[in-house]
Write a protein that binds this ligand. Structure first.
Ligand code: RNT
Ligand code: ZN
Length: 422
């Protein structure tokens, strides 16, 4: 067990170290509480969903690999897992639910038939946890998505089916936000794309534009729900063209006053999502982030504290953009303890924000403005080895959650008691 005394002493020293740079760590510990992270429910069960007892992820160009025992197979197990996760995290979270995770009570409810009642028990669960809720249309793992096209399908009845699904998901989102008193961010991601070089890229984009307009004809108050659209570079089996590319959705978002979702697994590997934040926020009101860790492709590995996540967090904090950026996670690793995956990933994202808040930005900006670029680089390098870990540990202590590596044992206990008997 980490020694509480040591955590306190380390914090006292770190506080002095940062104070020398003009950074007030006590203030940072207050501010870090404003970083709310939306937990994607789909890490509990490898993006399966509860439409049928044996539902699994199929198609869509995404994949969860691994077969670690103990995935959630029903709504009770999923809630139990999420409650465990929440108990191990400092700070505030939300729930990010996909439509396929409805409380269907054994009934077969197709996607164009879903209603608020199928999500009421989730809304109640969130209320009980004291957290907000976000929502997603599920346009994959379905016979009507088997062609590889959904909202941009040239098959009119299939296209209409997905328009109806999205239309309902948005209405459900508005009711979620209304009941919980915090806006529900609805994210639209579709897998539509083509394995080989298509001839009619334009035709599909015309259809996607039309479908979005149809499904989003009703505008809900933004206190209830906000629409976001998620762009992508390519998917497995759709390598040559993605209908909902970044150009397409950024254009759509700007023109129609929507949010843009930036998933950091959805760009060319040398592009930096952190760089896109201040670019997009000149023209859209808000952004939704899907934080992930792509390795060679959009592999959705667990988020770790790497330079990519750090730049994203730093750009948000440096520019005071926290209120305009909705932070969500998006990874699904079935090869390790799934609960552990959440805790590692969420804590990594939180650490990135903490580090960003511990930056003496005014000093760096001054160096930059006066052309002192050696000084800027030197300070940035020195900051990397300051004692932010002591501040992080103290934050966990304050929040009454396991400090440092102590959460490992808690997850081992949960694995033995709960996951292994599934
Ligand atoms: C897929 C997108 C999308 C999904 C989830 C399940 O590439 O990132 O956000 O991961 O909706
Ligand atoms: Zn995503």
């Amino acid at each position: 067990m980490v020694s509480i005394e040591l955590v306190k002493q380390s914090y006292a020293l770190a506080k002095q170290q940062y104070a020398a740079l003009g950074v007030d760590t006590d203030l940072v510990l207050e501010k870090i509480k404003n970083v709310v992270i939306s937990l994607h429910c789909w890490q509990t069960d490898d993006v399966g969903g509860f439409e049928t007892p044996d539902a699994t992820l199929s198609g869509g160009g995404i994949q969860a690999t691994g077969n670690f025992p103990g995935k959630a197979t029903n709504i009770e197990e999923m809630r139990k897992d999420l409650e465990k996760v929440l108990s191990l995290l400092p700070g505030k979270q939300r729930l990010n639910l996909h439509a396929i995770y409805g409380d269907f009570q054994g009934e077969l409810v197709d996607r164009d038939q879903i209603e608020v009642k199928h999500y009421q028990s989730w809304i109640d669960w969130c209320k009980k946890q004291g957290i907000g809720m976000d929502f997603n249309a599920s346009c994959f793992s379905h016979p009507k998505a088997a062609s590889g096209f959904t909202l941009s399908s040239k098959n009119e009845s299939e296209r209409k089916f997905w328009v109806e699904h999205l239309r309902r998901c948005r209405a459900i989102s508005a009711e979620i936000g209304r009941q919980l008193g915090t806006p529900c961010v609805h994210n639209t991601w579709i897998p539509d794309g083509s394995k080989d070089t298509p001839i009619d890229r334009n035709g599909h984009r015309v259809l996607l534009n039309k479908s979005l307009n149809e499904a989003m004809a009703i505008i809900f108050p933004k206190e209830q729900m906000k629409d976001s659209v998620e762009s992508k570079l390519f998917g497995i089996g759709a390598e040559s063209m993605t209908v909902g590319s970044h150009d397409f959705y950024l254009g759509y978002a700007i023109k129609n006053n929507k949010l843009i979702t930036l998933d950091n697994g959805h760009f060319h590997p040398t592009e930096q999502v952190g760089d896109k934040i201040s670019a997009c926020l000149q023209f859209v009101d808000e952004i939704l982030l899907h934080l992930t860790r792509p390795i060679r492709w959009d592999s959705d590995h667990v988020v770790t504290l790497n330079e990519e996540i750090q730049l994203i967090a730093s750009e948000i904090i440096r520019n005071n953009y926290l209120s305009r950026v909705n932070i969500g996670l998006d990874f699904f690793d079935a090869s390790i303890n799934r609960i552990g995956a959440y805790v590692i990933g969420t804590r990594a994202a939180q650490k990135a924000f903490l580090i960003a808040m511990l930056e003496p930005t005014a000093m760096l900006r001054k160096y930059e403005d006066t052309g002192q670029n050696f000084e800027r680089l030197a300070l940035l390098e020195e900051l990397k080895t300051k004692s932010f870990g002591a501040v992080w540990d103290y934050f966990c202590l304050q929040e009454n959650v396991p400090v440092g590596e102590d959460y490992i044992t808690e997850i081992q206990v949960y694995e033995n008691k709960e996951l292994k008997r599934r």
